[in-house]
Each structure stands twice: as C-alpha cells, then as structure tokens.
Design a protein around this ligand. Sequence first.
Ligand code: KG4
Length: 332
Amino acid sequence: MLVLGIESSCDETAAALVEDGVRVRGEAVWSQVSLHAEYGGVVPELASRAHVVSIIPVLQEALGSAGLTLDDVDAVAVTRGPGLVGALLVGVQAAKALSYARRLPLVGVNHLEGHLAAVYLDNPNPPPLPHLALLVSGGNSVLLVVEDHGTHRVLGDTRDDAAGEAFDKVGKLLGLGYPGGAQIDALAATGNPAAVNLPRAMRGRGLDFSFSGLKTAVSQYVQKHGLPTGQALADLCASFQAAVVDQLAHKTSLALDETGLSTLVVAGGVACNRGLRAALETEMAQRGGTLHAPRPRHCTDNAAMIAAAGYHHLRRGERADLRLNAVASLPL
Ligand code: KG4
C-alpha cells in the first residue's frame, strides 16, 4: 500500500510517499525556520500562510523525488493534531481535496504517533513490540509503552515545558538564535557539564518531567553573571544540556524498571541530541537492552512518519470522511 503522508502541524510543510508503512519512496520537507528566526520562535499566522504557499510544490517535489504520480497513490494520511490549528488546517484541507478528487481513502494521524512510527522507516533492524518510548520534541516530552502500532499507554508527561522548548528558550536567552537545540548540542560538545551547578528537577519516583525551573535557573545565572561568551558559553550549554539529559535518562531508567521492558525507542527532534543519545546508549548497555532511534532527518518533523503511522490505521480499515478537522490539542 503506497500512502501519501502530509504534515503541516508547525513550521515544516512536508509530504512523503511510503510503501507498507516502512519503505520511503520519496519525500520533501520545506522548513520555515528562516521565516521565524527573527522572532525567536514560530509565529502561528506566518506559519499558516507559508504552508498555503508551500503545500502544492512540496507535494509535487515528493512525488517527483519518488518518480511517481498521484495515480500510484493508494491512500492519504495527514496530521490532524496536535499543533498550530491554522497550520494543521492547510495540510488537512489539502489531504481532503486529494482524497475527494482522486477517490482515495483518507486517515487523520496524531502527530505524536507519527514520531513513534519514524523508527520503522527504512530500518533493517526495527524495534520489537511492546517497547518503551521516550518522545522528546519541541512540543512534547512523553514516556510511554508502545503496545502495538497505534496503541499506547502513557507513563509520564511534562508538567510544564517540553524538553525541546526548554532547549529553544535557553538558546534564545543565550542569543543563539532559533531553534536553539542543535546549537546548544554543538556548543555543549566543547563545554564542561560540571561547570555550572544547575538544579535537577523531579528526582522522585514519579515519571513526569519538569523543565521550567531549569530554564529559570539559567536565566538567573545570566542575570547574575552576564551573558557568557567563548568557553564560558560552551560550559553553560554543557551544564544545561547535562541537567536536561539527567532528568530524561533518570525517568527513562525508572520506567524501564517499572515495566520490565528491555527495548527503548527515543524519538522526536530532541532525539538528535548527542548527549541524550550517549546517556541512553550507556543506560541500555548496562541493562543488556537495546536503544533504537529514527535517522536524524526522521526525528524532526516530516511526512514519512505520518504516512507510516497512517498505514497501520488504514490497514485496520479506519477511514476519515470529509468532516476530518484539525485539532490543536490531541492526546495520544
Ligand atoms: O520533532 P520536532 O521537529 O518538532 C515537534 O514535533 O515539536 O522537534 C523540534 C525540536 C526543537 O525544539 C529543536 O530545538 C529540537 O527539536 N532539537 C534538538 C536538537 N535538534 C533538534 N534539541 C537538542 N539537541 C539537538 N541536537
């Protein structure tokens, strides 16, 4: 089954063609990062307008990169939430129009489920089910058991900011531009993680996360010591990253104990973080378990993951009709 996936939940317009939920035949991702950079974060109305301009060329590029046409497509899967509602609407409308015009089955996909499905794309060694997943992105930080494709049990969630949001806000505070995650990661590689003593929140046994206190601690440090440069900047980035990674790895370790699972999937944009990957690799090696992660380009927002997640719903006979709507808030 060749599924056309469409994603427009935030600041990436993306389309992809994926066969049987696993084989990426073609894809295109148009990022709006440069559009939002001067504001230090995504401006929802600008995002919606940019999606309107990009959606058709992105669809054409994805089909072109696969050497396919709409005649080859068997079904359409589109992100219906969570995300910016105006941005989501563009993808949803495009998907409904295609479904109606080409008489194609349509399914709406939860964006978070897409992130979880990304690990199955072009992966010769896919993770077995059930497994534990740590989903860390710009909008979410969730620990959950993936029981089957599309069936999850949430164990912990963030009480305030998502991990990626904390990276981006601290990046902005440190004058690193938007989005800050990858830049903090790069600077942290040459910094001393023990240089600045930052708080480790939520050390108890619960599986929820909290990052807002850490963000405040960095802000207070900067107010007291001034904006660091050079080695001091690298040291602060390394110390902040270590505090985020400590919390994520600690909660993941507790969840592995609680569930008895030995397979861990890390997904979402923050799964690109080298410090996090190293900490989770070490954790899993000590336990004799395995860590799986999507390729970096499928950790951040893309449409191949939406096609992959949609495939499993379509296979089960689930169909959306033309009443399908965008939803800003959509739990797993
Ligand atoms: O998955 P994604 O594209 O968007 C959501 O679905 O939310 O994730 C984007 C997030 C941003 O917050 C970005 O700063 C973060 O992923 N990110 C990173 C790294 N690369 C991207 N955070 C830390 N280290 C990285 N290397």
